[in-house]
Design a protein around this ligand. Sequence first.
Ligand code: 2RA
Length: 342
Amino acid sequence: MGYKVAVVGATGNVGREMLQTLADRKFPVSEVVALASERSAGQQVSFGEDQVLKVQDLARFDFSGTDFVLSSPGAKISAQFAPRAAEAGACVIDNTSHFRMDPDVPLVVPEVNPHHLAGWRKKGIIANPNCSTIQMVMALKPLHDLAKIRRVVVSTYQSVSGGGKEAMDELFTQTRAIYVNDPVEKKKFTKQIAFNVIPHIDVFMDDGMTKEEWKMVVETKKILDPSIKVTATAVRVPVFIGHSEALNIEFERPVTADEARRALRAAPGISVVDHRADEGYVTPVEVAGEDNVYVSRIREDATIENGLNLWVVADNLRKGAALNAVQIAEAMIRDGHIGPAD
Ligand code: 2RA
């Protein structure tokens, strides 16, 4: 007994992590299908410890009888295939940006707004938020419940895995080239990423924001509260896995660091590591492969009214993408939006 699950974009960073997460969490599957573009069809991907799946061509796949589709193939591809899969009766959980701001598509972090899943049937599609938004709203939610948040100023330090496998290869290749004195070649990034930082993720918008920054603003409003003001600077750093964020939060009333620490400690999916001493905080290399969102460096900010600073780190491929998608599927079953498996 179990659900038939298709993973779209199965050969990519997030697709592989989705397969791993389904297996790790023992998601009740009757069958798992790996799908990708025609170019990748025929390749093999792992599922769990000992199963190997042959990748099938997404364009030719018939979704009838598929219960869940977990998808991370790129926004243009999702735009084409997701409505077809939903039409065939599948619940599509899409990790691309294409459907996130569609008012008929719930945008969900299960620990934050699981009640939004009730609206999923309008399109048959649920959107997984952007990785940098997920870890931020995970930390904001318990604090917003404690004392209303007015405004957030966030600076991100995002790992190259958010840009896909080629981006990880580019960091590796450039680092090696610098050590052996070879020329540094740029393909995926606009500037050298090895031993550097780049204040540019996704395309530029008319007002000077990048789309990554815009996503953090509008997705936070849709998930948590439309009244929260967010301003973001998104930066790519030479880290393979794990996004970090420095948050400056302004509340409607004063919040002490101790109050915030207690609220965060009690929140599901959050680990607080906050000792004001050497090594008393978390860095991205420590969270790679971890499910939780880690919060450190909690301190009051006396330079603004009711201010608090935090440092938030998470594995962008897990909680920032694959794990959140699988948790959405689990919540769909748990909350009765999807019936029991045959
Ligand atoms: C990034 N936010 O890190 C993207 C991935 N979704 O580039």
